[in-house]
Design a protein around this ligand. Structure first.
Ligand SMILES: Cc1cc2nc3c(=O)[nH]c(=O)nc-3n(C[C@H](O)[C@H](O)[C@H](O)COP(=O)(O)OP(=O)(O)OC[C@H]3O[C@@H](n4cnc5c(N)ncnc54)[C@H](O)[C@@H]3O)c2cc1C
Length: 405
């Protein structure tokens, strides 16, 4: 049986960010990372928008605000140091009518309170200078927002982790554990490829983090509900319609940022989206993916029922936009009036792990739970990828304390 100081479950940005954080704190730790898929960053990390967020949106004093502002710089530095793709292309968050102006001004104040550098409120002329095809009456300009490829970044995290001595076990799924009270001092993890003995386990299982926590004897105060985000791509010959990142002013009642235009680091390919529709399975990347057991578990969860009843109108609009390209395009035309349906082709999709509490409340901030021998990352939504090295450092500090207790 293999034996480790720490075993991390989940090979996304947070799992590998944690391994790097641990290795920086103590290079002698014996660390394993198990990932159920045969490749790393196959889920949220590898299918996200690729934005290095600057920290504008988050409540001052929240973990998201603190981690994102530090995380933005650390990801940018990591890309530069390792020769990875990074473009500090800037972003505008645009108001289209007077009603949105107070919310735009609030965002500016939040950003300033969070110490986001370089923010500017700009009028229509400056909007046109930055994004010649964009509409809007006023915008918040964030020059330091950038774009990267988080799949590429996480592969680099994995390579460095291995070079530093971590055991990366791909195609190895966490199945169950044996309680140390019954088997001795350490935890015994049952995996699809045999058992592992470990002093500490760190659960970074993303869309399955609540399931893994439950299997390890923790009762999370939330449930992960999968929301699929679908994208269109702008056809290559029309990609000049967008120079950087164009976002709407988000609806404060809804956790997602609304459909936006995102330039990617891949040859200037531009994505439009994502929307947010309920996934009929935790890893439902296509409309037809259904897992009856997981779907029933979502639909019967009291928190989801309350959330759905309170937000049925938003949900209806998202479904409508998912099935009718015309509706999707109409929303995009608010941002870029000249864009046409024929300028867009179907793109990819990502699934967000949205944590919802039993009373239907959306858990906004990063959330963790702890036992004596385990740490569970139960909510790591956007800007989780931007914050991955900082979250990793935070967890590593907690882990080292636990190991030396
Ligand atoms: C559509 C979308 C757009 C986003 N855009 C951005 C953005 O632009 N910028 C940003 O900063 N953030 C963004 N995010 C958020 C960001 O992607 C996440 O915060 C981050 O990727 C979370 O990383 P993770 O490691 O927790 O999860 P994941 O990347 O999902 O990794 C979890 C891993 O755990 C593995 N796993 C699950 N169960 C088991 C098991 N039993 N045994 C072993 N392994 C297991 C999975 O296979 C998976 O690889 C976006 C997210 C989505 C979905």
């Amino acid at each position: 049986m293999s034996s480790y100081d720490v075993t991390v479950i989940g090979g996304g940005a947070i799992g590998f960010g944690t391994v790097l954080g641990l290795q920086r704190r103590n290079p002698y730790l014996k660390i394993a990372l198990i990932e159920k898929d045969d490749v790393v960053s196959n889920h949220q990390t590898g299918n996200n928008s690729g934005v290095i967020h600057s920290g504008i949106y988050y409540k001052p004093g929240s973990l998201k605000a603190d981690f994102c502002v530090e995380g933005r710089q650390s990801i940018a530095d990591f890309c530069v140091e390792n020769g990875l793709k990074y473009d500090r292309c800037g972003k505008i968050i645009v108001a289209y009518d007077d009603e949105e102006l107070p919310r735009l001004n609030n965002l500016y104040e939040r950003g300033v309170a969070n110490n986001v550098q370089g923010l500017e409120l700009i009028g229509p002329e400056r909007i046109k200078e930055i994004e010649p095809h964009a509409a809007g009456i006023k915008a918040l300009y964030s020059p330091n927002t950038g774009i990267v490829d988080y799949r590429e970044i996480t592969e680099k995290y994995a390579q460095i982790s291995m070079e530093n001595g971590a055991d990366i076990k791909l195609g190895t799924s966490f199945e169950d554990y044996w309680d140390p009270r019954t088997v001795g001092k350490n935890l015994i993890l049952e995996t699809s490829k045999g058992v592992i003995e470990t002093k500490l386990t760190i659960n970074c299982a993303g869309l399955y983090s609540d399931v893994v926590a439950k299997k390890m004897g923790v009762t999370p105060k939330l449930r992960i509900i999968p929301f699929r985000g679908e994208y269109y791509n702008i056809k290559p010959e029309k990609k000049d319609l967008v120079k950087g990142l164009i976002y709407p002013v988000p609806d404060p009642k809804f956790p997602f940022l609304g459909v936006h235009f995102t330039k990617t680091v891949h040859d200037g390919l531009v994505e439009a989206g994502p929307n947010a529709v309920l996934g009929w399975a935790r890893e439902a990347y296509r409309k037809i993916n259904v897992n009856p057991k997981e779907l029933m578990s979502t639909l019967s969860y009291p928190g989801f029922i309350r959330f759905a009843l309170e937000n049925w109108m938003i949900g209806f609009n998202e479904i409508n936009r998912s099935f009718r390209k015309r509706v999707f395009v109409k929303d995009l035309q608010k941002m870029i009036p000249e864009i046409k349906s024929s300028d867009l082709m179907t793109g990819g999709a990502g699934v967000r792990a949205q944590a919802i509490g039993r009373n239907g409340e959306l858990i906004d901030d990063f959330a963790f739970e702890f036992t004596e021998k385990s740490i569970h990352v139960l909510n790591a939504p956007s800007p989780g990828a931007t914050s991955s090295l900082v979250i990793g450092k935070y967890i590593a500090n907690l882990a080292i304390d636990k190991l030396s207790a």
